[in-house]
Ligand binder design. Structure first.
Ligand code: PLP
Length: 361
Protein backbone atom coordinates (compact mmCIF):
# COMPACT_ATOMS: atom_id res chain seq x y z
CA UNK A 1 0.00 0.00 0.00
CA UNK A 2 1.27 3.48 -0.97
CA UNK A 3 1.12 6.10 1.76
CA UNK A 4 2.07 9.69 0.98
CA UNK A 5 3.03 12.12 3.75
CA UNK A 6 2.24 15.80 4.12
CA UNK A 7 4.00 16.89 7.32
CA UNK A 8 2.12 19.13 9.73
CA UNK A 9 3.58 22.65 9.19
CA UNK A 10 2.68 23.65 12.77
CA UNK A 11 3.27 20.62 15.02
CA UNK A 12 2.69 21.03 18.75
CA UNK A 13 5.88 22.57 20.18
CA UNK A 14 8.15 20.63 22.55
CA UNK A 15 7.15 22.55 25.68
CA UNK A 16 3.42 22.01 25.09
CA UNK A 17 3.99 18.36 24.17
CA UNK A 18 5.88 17.79 27.44
CA UNK A 19 2.94 19.32 29.30
CA UNK A 20 0.44 17.06 27.51
CA UNK A 21 2.51 13.91 28.03
CA UNK A 22 2.89 14.71 31.73
CA UNK A 23 -0.89 14.29 32.18
CA UNK A 24 -2.44 12.94 28.99
CA UNK A 25 -5.67 11.54 30.46
CA UNK A 26 -7.52 9.51 27.84
CA UNK A 27 -8.83 10.45 24.41
CA UNK A 28 -8.45 14.19 24.86
CA UNK A 29 -5.30 15.13 22.98
CA UNK A 30 -4.48 14.02 19.46
CA UNK A 31 -1.18 13.82 17.66
CA UNK A 32 0.07 16.05 14.84
CA UNK A 33 -1.01 13.68 12.07
CA UNK A 34 -3.73 11.30 10.94
CA UNK A 35 -3.77 8.56 8.34
CA UNK A 36 -6.52 8.12 5.74
CA UNK A 37 -7.19 5.53 3.02
CA UNK A 38 -10.22 5.46 0.70
CA UNK A 39 -12.05 2.53 -0.83
CA UNK A 40 -14.39 2.24 -3.81
CA UNK A 41 -15.51 -0.92 -5.61
CA UNK A 42 -13.71 0.23 -8.78
CA UNK A 43 -10.39 1.26 -7.25
CA UNK A 44 -10.21 -0.84 -4.09
CA UNK A 45 -8.10 0.72 -1.34
CA UNK A 46 -6.33 3.84 -2.61
CA UNK A 47 -5.21 7.38 -1.78
CA UNK A 48 -3.35 6.34 1.39
CA UNK A 49 -1.99 9.47 3.05
CA UNK A 50 -0.68 10.93 6.27
CA UNK A 51 -1.78 14.53 6.69
CA UNK A 52 -1.95 17.11 9.48
CA UNK A 53 -4.56 16.12 12.09
CA UNK A 54 -7.79 18.02 11.60
CA UNK A 55 -11.58 17.95 11.17
CA UNK A 56 -13.31 16.12 8.34
CA UNK A 57 -15.86 17.77 6.11
CA UNK A 58 -18.81 15.41 5.67
CA UNK A 59 -21.95 15.82 3.61
CA UNK A 60 -24.98 15.61 5.96
CA UNK A 61 -26.17 12.64 3.89
CA UNK A 62 -22.98 10.63 4.58
CA UNK A 63 -24.24 7.08 5.16
CA UNK A 64 -22.47 6.40 8.48
CA UNK A 65 -24.34 9.29 10.14
CA UNK A 66 -27.63 7.54 9.39
CA UNK A 67 -27.05 3.79 9.37
CA UNK A 68 -23.98 3.41 11.57
CA UNK A 69 -22.01 1.24 9.15
CA UNK A 70 -18.68 1.57 10.95
CA UNK A 71 -16.11 -0.45 12.87
CA UNK A 72 -13.05 0.37 14.92
CA UNK A 73 -10.05 -1.03 16.75
CA UNK A 74 -8.18 -0.02 19.89
CA UNK A 75 -4.51 -0.71 20.57
CA UNK A 76 -1.47 0.92 22.13
CA UNK A 77 2.14 1.76 21.30
CA UNK A 78 4.51 1.30 24.24
CA UNK A 79 7.92 2.88 24.72
CA UNK A 80 10.55 0.62 26.23
CA UNK A 81 13.34 1.79 28.51
CA UNK A 82 15.84 1.83 25.59
CA UNK A 83 13.62 4.29 23.68
CA UNK A 84 12.27 1.75 21.18
CA UNK A 85 8.51 1.73 20.41
CA UNK A 86 6.39 -1.40 20.16
CA UNK A 87 2.85 -2.58 19.43
CA UNK A 88 1.20 -5.51 21.21
CA UNK A 89 -0.14 -8.16 18.80
CA UNK A 90 -1.19 -5.74 16.02
CA UNK A 91 -1.88 -8.70 13.71
CA UNK A 92 -4.64 -9.75 16.11
CA UNK A 93 -6.26 -6.33 15.82
CA UNK A 94 -5.90 -6.56 12.03
CA UNK A 95 -7.63 -9.92 11.92
CA UNK A 96 -10.39 -8.80 14.25
CA UNK A 97 -10.99 -5.74 12.08
CA UNK A 98 -11.28 -8.03 9.06
CA UNK A 99 -13.92 -10.09 10.92
CA UNK A 100 -15.77 -6.93 11.96
CA UNK A 101 -15.68 -5.77 8.29
CA UNK A 102 -17.32 -8.98 7.19
CA UNK A 103 -20.16 -8.59 9.71
CA UNK A 104 -20.81 -4.93 8.82
CA UNK A 105 -20.58 -5.48 5.02
CA UNK A 106 -17.50 -3.28 4.83
CA UNK A 107 -14.51 -4.03 2.58
CA UNK A 108 -11.67 -5.98 4.17
CA UNK A 109 -8.39 -4.19 4.66
CA UNK A 110 -5.58 -6.67 4.23
CA UNK A 111 -4.12 -7.41 7.70
CA UNK A 112 -0.60 -6.60 6.50
CA UNK A 113 -1.85 -3.20 5.25
CA UNK A 114 -3.58 -2.60 8.57
CA UNK A 115 -0.32 -3.15 10.44
CA UNK A 116 1.59 -1.02 7.91
CA UNK A 117 -0.80 1.91 8.37
CA UNK A 118 -0.58 1.80 12.16
CA UNK A 119 3.21 1.55 11.97
CA UNK A 120 3.30 4.52 9.59
CA UNK A 121 1.30 6.80 11.88
CA UNK A 122 3.30 5.76 14.97
CA UNK A 123 6.53 6.56 13.08
CA UNK A 124 5.17 9.94 11.94
CA UNK A 125 4.17 10.86 15.49
CA UNK A 126 6.83 8.98 17.41
CA UNK A 127 7.57 11.93 19.69
CA UNK A 128 4.00 11.54 21.03
CA UNK A 129 4.75 8.10 22.50
CA UNK A 130 5.24 8.82 26.23
CA UNK A 131 8.12 7.47 28.32
CA UNK A 132 7.82 4.02 29.80
CA UNK A 133 7.31 5.30 33.34
CA UNK A 134 3.86 5.23 34.87
CA UNK A 135 2.21 2.90 32.35
CA UNK A 136 1.65 5.62 29.78
CA UNK A 137 1.22 4.79 26.11
CA UNK A 138 0.06 6.12 22.76
CA UNK A 139 -3.48 4.87 22.17
CA UNK A 140 -4.22 4.08 18.52
CA UNK A 141 -7.67 4.16 17.04
CA UNK A 142 -8.01 2.64 13.55
CA UNK A 143 -11.58 2.95 12.23
CA UNK A 144 -13.54 2.49 9.03
CA UNK A 145 -16.85 4.07 8.05
CA UNK A 146 -19.45 4.36 5.28
CA UNK A 147 -18.49 7.66 3.62
CA UNK A 148 -20.77 7.56 0.58
CA UNK A 149 -23.23 10.44 0.25
CA UNK A 150 -26.42 8.41 -0.17
CA UNK A 151 -29.50 7.81 1.95
CA UNK A 152 -30.43 4.48 0.37
CA UNK A 153 -29.97 1.47 2.63
CA UNK A 154 -27.21 -0.74 1.21
CA UNK A 155 -23.51 -1.30 1.87
CA UNK A 156 -21.68 1.96 1.18
CA UNK A 157 -19.90 2.29 -2.16
CA UNK A 158 -17.36 4.65 -0.66
CA UNK A 159 -15.56 3.71 2.54
CA UNK A 160 -12.95 5.64 4.49
CA UNK A 161 -10.38 4.03 6.79
CA UNK A 162 -8.44 6.19 9.21
CA UNK A 163 -5.96 5.90 12.05
CA UNK A 164 -5.71 8.54 14.75
CA UNK A 165 -3.56 8.52 17.88
CA UNK A 166 -3.95 9.93 21.37
CA UNK A 167 -1.50 9.77 24.29
CA UNK A 168 -2.94 7.89 27.27
CA UNK A 169 -2.07 8.08 30.96
CA UNK A 170 -2.15 5.23 33.42
CA UNK A 171 -5.70 3.86 33.68
CA UNK A 172 -5.41 3.65 37.44
CA UNK A 173 -3.96 6.69 39.11
CA UNK A 174 -2.77 5.93 42.61
CA UNK A 175 -2.95 2.15 42.46
CA UNK A 176 -5.19 -0.50 40.93
CA UNK A 177 -8.73 -0.23 42.30
CA UNK A 178 -11.58 -2.75 41.94
CA UNK A 179 -14.62 -1.70 39.90
CA UNK A 180 -18.12 -2.24 41.23
CA UNK A 181 -20.60 -3.71 38.76
CA UNK A 182 -24.29 -3.30 38.04
CA UNK A 183 -26.07 -6.28 36.49
CA UNK A 184 -28.61 -5.04 34.00
CA UNK A 185 -31.72 -7.19 33.68
CA UNK A 186 -33.41 -4.82 31.28
CA UNK A 187 -30.82 -4.38 28.53
CA UNK A 188 -28.70 -6.81 26.53
CA UNK A 189 -25.78 -5.95 24.27
CA UNK A 190 -25.98 -8.69 21.64
CA UNK A 191 -28.37 -11.38 20.46
CA UNK A 192 -27.89 -14.52 18.40
CA UNK A 193 -27.00 -13.48 14.85
CA UNK A 194 -26.38 -9.89 15.97
CA UNK A 195 -23.21 -7.83 16.04
CA UNK A 196 -21.90 -8.79 19.48
CA UNK A 197 -18.66 -10.25 18.13
CA UNK A 198 -17.92 -7.18 15.96
CA UNK A 199 -16.16 -4.08 17.27
CA UNK A 200 -18.70 -1.55 16.08
CA UNK A 201 -19.99 1.72 17.47
CA UNK A 202 -23.57 0.48 17.53
CA UNK A 203 -22.75 -1.92 20.35
CA UNK A 204 -21.43 0.99 22.37
CA UNK A 205 -24.43 3.20 21.54
CA UNK A 206 -26.75 0.51 22.87
CA UNK A 207 -24.70 0.07 26.06
CA UNK A 208 -24.84 3.71 27.16
CA UNK A 209 -28.29 3.64 28.71
CA UNK A 210 -27.33 0.55 30.71
CA UNK A 211 -24.17 2.33 31.85
CA UNK A 212 -26.36 5.26 32.96
CA UNK A 213 -28.46 2.78 34.94
CA UNK A 214 -25.26 1.46 36.57
CA UNK A 215 -24.11 4.97 37.52
CA UNK A 216 -27.54 5.78 38.93
CA UNK A 217 -27.13 2.78 41.24
CA UNK A 218 -23.70 3.89 42.36
CA UNK A 219 -21.80 1.29 40.30
CA UNK A 220 -18.77 1.90 38.08
CA UNK A 221 -19.64 -0.40 35.18
CA UNK A 222 -22.45 -2.52 33.80
CA UNK A 223 -22.35 -6.27 33.19
CA UNK A 224 -24.54 -7.85 30.51
CA UNK A 225 -26.16 -11.28 30.42
CA UNK A 226 -26.95 -13.26 27.27
CA UNK A 227 -30.04 -12.09 25.40
CA UNK A 228 -31.65 -15.49 24.97
CA UNK A 229 -31.90 -16.89 28.47
CA UNK A 230 -30.71 -14.03 30.64
CA UNK A 231 -28.53 -16.45 32.65
CA UNK A 232 -25.06 -16.40 31.18
CA UNK A 233 -22.52 -13.71 31.95
CA UNK A 234 -21.31 -12.03 28.77
CA UNK A 235 -19.04 -9.06 29.44
CA UNK A 236 -18.92 -5.41 30.48
CA UNK A 237 -19.57 -2.63 27.96
CA UNK A 238 -15.98 -2.80 26.74
CA UNK A 239 -14.16 -5.43 28.83
CA UNK A 240 -14.17 -9.23 29.03
CA UNK A 241 -14.51 -11.13 32.30
CA UNK A 242 -12.55 -13.77 34.23
CA UNK A 243 -13.35 -15.88 37.29
CA UNK A 244 -10.64 -17.50 39.42
CA UNK A 245 -11.63 -20.66 41.31
CA UNK A 246 -10.29 -21.86 44.66
CA UNK A 247 -8.47 -24.77 42.95
CA UNK A 248 -6.51 -22.30 40.81
CA UNK A 249 -8.46 -22.94 37.61
CA UNK A 250 -9.87 -19.99 35.69
CA UNK A 251 -13.12 -19.58 33.73
CA UNK A 252 -13.93 -16.97 31.09
CA UNK A 253 -17.34 -16.66 29.44
CA UNK A 254 -17.82 -18.02 25.94
CA UNK A 255 -21.27 -17.49 24.46
CA UNK A 256 -20.71 -16.69 20.77
CA UNK A 257 -21.97 -13.14 21.25
CA UNK A 258 -19.13 -11.60 23.23
CA UNK A 259 -16.42 -9.45 21.70
CA UNK A 260 -13.28 -11.52 21.94
CA UNK A 261 -10.67 -9.19 23.35
CA UNK A 262 -7.02 -9.52 22.49
CA UNK A 263 -6.29 -9.05 26.18
CA UNK A 264 -8.71 -11.90 26.88
CA UNK A 265 -7.02 -14.27 24.44
CA UNK A 266 -3.56 -13.26 25.69
CA UNK A 267 -4.59 -14.07 29.27
CA UNK A 268 -5.82 -17.50 28.18
CA UNK A 269 -2.29 -18.26 26.93
CA UNK A 270 -0.46 -16.49 29.71
CA UNK A 271 -2.46 -18.03 32.58
CA UNK A 272 -2.03 -21.46 30.98
CA UNK A 273 1.70 -20.96 30.94
CA UNK A 274 1.62 -19.81 34.57
CA UNK A 275 0.10 -23.19 35.43
CA UNK A 276 -3.61 -22.35 35.60
CA UNK A 277 -6.18 -24.48 33.86
CA UNK A 278 -8.23 -22.04 31.75
CA UNK A 279 -11.70 -22.87 30.50
CA UNK A 280 -13.74 -20.88 27.99
CA UNK A 281 -17.29 -21.83 28.76
CA UNK A 282 -20.77 -20.64 29.58
CA UNK A 283 -20.79 -19.14 33.05
CA UNK A 284 -24.09 -18.42 34.79
CA UNK A 285 -24.89 -15.57 37.08
CA UNK A 286 -25.94 -18.15 39.71
CA UNK A 287 -22.52 -19.73 39.55
CA UNK A 288 -21.00 -16.32 40.28
CA UNK A 289 -23.29 -15.63 43.24
CA UNK A 290 -23.11 -19.13 44.73
CA UNK A 291 -19.37 -19.42 44.03
CA UNK A 292 -18.52 -16.28 45.99
CA UNK A 293 -20.76 -17.45 48.85
CA UNK A 294 -19.29 -20.96 48.95
CA UNK A 295 -15.72 -19.80 48.46
CA UNK A 296 -15.28 -21.57 45.12
CA UNK A 297 -14.77 -18.21 43.38
CA UNK A 298 -11.87 -16.37 44.94
CA UNK A 299 -11.20 -13.60 42.41
CA UNK A 300 -13.09 -11.85 39.61
CA UNK A 301 -11.48 -9.53 37.10
CA UNK A 302 -12.17 -7.76 33.82
CA UNK A 303 -9.73 -7.08 31.01
CA UNK A 304 -9.23 -4.92 27.93
CA UNK A 305 -6.58 -2.81 26.21
CA UNK A 306 -7.35 0.35 28.20
CA UNK A 307 -7.09 -1.03 31.74
CA UNK A 308 -5.24 -4.28 30.92
CA UNK A 309 -6.67 -6.08 33.98
CA UNK A 310 -9.13 -4.58 36.46
CA UNK A 311 -10.15 -6.35 39.67
CA UNK A 312 -13.93 -6.63 40.02
CA UNK A 313 -15.41 -5.83 43.41
CA UNK A 314 -19.08 -6.16 44.29
CA UNK A 315 -21.98 -6.94 41.94
CA UNK A 316 -25.44 -5.43 42.41
CA UNK A 317 -28.80 -5.83 40.69
CA UNK A 318 -32.35 -4.74 41.38
CA UNK A 319 -33.07 -7.68 43.69
CA UNK A 320 -29.77 -8.35 45.44
CA UNK A 321 -26.03 -8.33 45.39
CA UNK A 322 -22.85 -10.40 45.55
CA UNK A 323 -20.00 -9.11 47.67
CA UNK A 324 -16.47 -8.83 46.38
CA UNK A 325 -14.76 -12.24 46.13
CA UNK A 326 -11.62 -10.74 47.64
CA UNK A 327 -13.23 -8.70 50.41
CA UNK A 328 -11.68 -5.24 50.63
CA UNK A 329 -8.41 -6.25 48.96
CA UNK A 330 -7.23 -4.35 45.90
CA UNK A 331 -7.49 -7.44 43.73
CA UNK A 332 -6.41 -10.99 44.47
CA UNK A 333 -2.99 -12.56 43.91
CA UNK A 334 -3.86 -14.24 40.58
CA UNK A 335 -5.37 -11.02 39.18
CA UNK A 336 -2.31 -9.07 40.29
CA UNK A 337 0.15 -11.61 38.90
CA UNK A 338 -1.55 -11.79 35.49
CA UNK A 339 -1.79 -8.03 35.24
CA UNK A 340 1.89 -7.61 36.12
CA UNK A 341 3.03 -10.33 33.72
CA UNK A 342 1.15 -8.74 30.80
CA UNK A 343 2.25 -5.18 31.54
CA UNK A 344 5.86 -6.33 31.92
CA UNK A 345 5.78 -7.91 28.45
CA UNK A 346 4.15 -4.81 26.94
CA UNK A 347 6.75 -2.45 28.42
CA UNK A 348 9.67 -4.75 27.65
CA UNK A 349 10.49 -5.49 31.29
CA UNK A 350 9.95 -9.25 30.84
CA UNK A 351 10.98 -11.56 28.05
CA UNK A 352 8.30 -11.87 25.36
CA UNK A 353 8.28 -15.66 25.07
CA UNK A 354 5.04 -15.57 23.06
CA UNK A 355 6.34 -13.38 20.22
CA UNK A 356 3.57 -10.86 20.85
CA UNK A 357 5.54 -7.64 20.55
CA UNK A 358 6.01 -5.87 17.21
CA UNK A 359 8.74 -3.27 16.96
CA UNK A 360 7.90 0.00 15.17
CA UNK A 361 10.78 2.33 16.03
C1 PLP B 1 -12.58 -3.84 22.54
C2 PLP B 1 -13.53 -4.57 23.41
C3 PLP B 1 -13.11 -5.44 24.41
C4 PLP B 1 -11.66 -5.65 24.80
O1 PLP B 1 -10.87 -6.03 23.73
P1 PLP B 1 -9.29 -5.85 23.79
O2 PLP B 1 -8.82 -6.29 22.46
O3 PLP B 1 -8.80 -6.69 24.89
O4 PLP B 1 -9.04 -4.39 24.05
C5 PLP B 1 -14.08 -6.13 25.13
N1 PLP B 1 -15.39 -5.95 24.89
C6 PLP B 1 -15.83 -5.09 23.94
C7 PLP B 1 -17.29 -4.95 23.72
C8 PLP B 1 -14.93 -4.38 23.16
O5 PLP B 1 -15.37 -3.55 22.22
Amino acid sequence: MQISTTPNPTPVDDARLAEILAAPGFGTYFTDHMLTVEWTPEEGWHAGRITPYGPLTLDPATAVLHYAQEIFEGMKAYRHADGSVWLFRPEANAERMARSSARLALPVLDPADFVATVDALVRADERWVPDAEGEKSLYLRPFMFASETFLGVRPSQHVTYMVIASPAGAYFKGGVKPVSLWLTEEYTRAGRGGMGAAKTGGNYASSLVAQQEASAHGCDQVVFLDAQEGRYVEELGGMNMYFVHADGSISTPETGTILEGITRSSIIELAGKLGHQVRERKFTIDEWRDGVTSGDIVEVFACGTAAVVTPVGSLKWAGGDVPSATGDAEGGPVTTMIRQALVDIQYGRAEDTFGWMHRVV
